[in-house]
Design a protein around this ligand. Structure first.
Ligand SMILES: CCCCCCCCCC(=O)SCCNC(=O)CCNC(=O)[C@H](O)C(C)(C)COP(=O)(O)OP(=O)(O)OC[C@H]1O[C@@H](n2cnc3c(N)ncnc32)[C@H](O)[C@@H]1OP(=O)(O)O
Length: 154
């Protein structure tokens, strides 16, 4: 179950490799709210996103999708906290201050990965999130992320 349109399709001017709709060479992940403090994302790897063995997903790609899913969640939450629809009015941007990933099991290259992010804490300057990544129902990575509010000219 997920709520509304993709968060990334509501954030303007995003050329990010992982989540920017404006980046034709990027991963173009899509994240959706699931309730108040949780968001979900499903990403289908391509064969060239592999690790050394071609059957497993590259760890950098795993970090990137976790990074982008959580930071976009923090951005959308920033708009919610401001009482605005995502992407309306003055831009709200967050950058990754900290991204800590634990790789618990390999993720299959030929299965979609499912990400669930949770907002644990928020202040005016930062949002702390956790994230789980599953492949074929197996927990493959967990992460803690600190998203830091940055000016809209960052
Ligand atoms: C259209 C836009 C769509 C964008 C989507 C992008 C998704 C992908 C996101 C990325 O990949 S962004 C690229 C990777 N990240 C960077 O390049 C960030 C580089 N670092 C910085 O620019 C600055 O260090 C940063 C903005 C993160 C923080 O600098 P500040 O001087 O503004 O922060 P400050 O030191 O005042 O700390 C603000 C709060 O954040 C906390 N903080 C900052 N860095 C931290 C850190 N590394 N770990 C933990 N907490 C951290 C800090 O403790 C503090 O918390 P409190 O308010 O509770 O005291």
């Amino acid at each position: 179950m997920r709520d509304g349109a993709a968060i990334q399709d509501q954030i303007p001017d995003n050329h990010c490799f992982g989540c920017g709709p404006q980046n034709d060479h990027g991963l173009q992940i899509k994240s959706y709210w699931r309730g108040e403090n949780e968001s979900v994302c499903e990403f289908t790897p391509l064969p060239h996103h592999c690790a050394g063995p071609t059957r497993y997903l590259n760890g950098g790609i795993i970090a990137t999708v976790i990074d982008c899913h959580t930071i976009c969640t923090a951005i959308a939450d920033g708009y919610r906290q401001a009482g605005r629809d995502t992407g309306t009015g003055n831009k709200i941007w967050y950058a990754t201050g900290k991204l800590e990933v634990q790789y618990r099991a390999p993720a299959e290259i030929d299965e979609p990965v499912e990400l669930t992010a949770k907002i644990l804490e928020r202040t005016e300057r930062k949002t702390v999130l956790s994230c789980e990544l599953k492949s074929a129902g197996r927990l493959c990575a967990t992460a803690n992320v600190v998203a830091v509010r940055v000016p809209d000219n960052w």
